[in-house]
Write a protein that binds this ligand. Structure first.
Ligand code: AMP
Ligand code: ZN
Length: 198
């Protein structure tokens, strides 16, 4: 194993420091050099500490915006910038054989608005539950372009209600690449391996 490979492995298994309420964990990770990938005056990009795919990053604003619900029309250029830095990131060499999805969870669990930047292999040991799966592979995951569009049209981000979100989470498992409807998560996790690019 090359030194670089070894370092990558060591970094990717490290868990972030946690103290205080779990929902504020991203705010701590934003300050952890082991997780920060890039930053500028208005945003920070971190590696997701429990990645649900081979590459999984979060783009967070420096401004303390709690969630999509708190996004106002004056945040339009910020959300466009978050999408732009995500697009710059996925154009990097190490991602060149990967397809990515850029989007937000309709109801986030963690504080501070965050844009998920996730490779669409969904191949990760941290992806364990139906909720994990459905949060990235149903309409619970709202593409960044749709969020920006909604903000432009409505002056706020129009979101599905609580009941609708619950339904997305309970939706029958479905492979994101083909018609296969797996019986359960182990079945799905075995199945998606055949879609991985060699
Ligand atoms: P959401 O459901 O949109 O709030 O997603 C929160 C994301 O944050 C998930 O993908 C988690 O894997 C990730 N996560 C949870 N805790 C931390 C942490 N302390 N540092 C970095 N990422 C985290
Ligand atoms: Zn499939």
């Amino acid at each position: 194993m090359s030194k670089r490979k070894h370092e990558e492995t060591a970094v990717s298994t490290k868990k972030p420091k946690t103290s205080g309420h779990w929902a504020k964990g991203l705010l701590q990770t934003m300050k952890d050099p082991e997780f920060v990938v890039n930053s500028d005056d208005s945003v920070t990009i971190i590696r997701d500490a429990y990645p649900k795919a081979e590459f999984h990053y979060l783009v967070l604003p420096m401004e303390d915006i709690s969630s999509l619900k708190a996004v106002k029309k004056e945040h339009l250029s910020l959300l466009e910038h978050m999408e732009a830095v995500a697009n710059d990131l996925i154009r990097e060499d190490k991602h060149k054989h990967k397809d990515f999805k850029l989007g937000y969870h309709a109801e986030a669990s963690m504080l501070r608005l965050h844009l998920h930047v996730i490779s669409d292999d969904m191949n990760s040991a941290c992806l364990k539950t139906k909720k994990h799966w459905n949060s990235f592979n149903t309409a619970f995951f709202i593409n960044s372009t749709d969020v920006v569009q909604s903000l432009k049209q409505n002056g706020r981000v129009v979101l599905p209600g609580r009941e609708q979100c619950k339904k997305f989470m309970e939706q029958q498992l479905q492979c994101h690449k083909c018609d296969y409807k797996p019986k359960n998560m182990p079945d799905l996790k075995g199945h998606i391996l055949k879609h991985l690019r060699k």
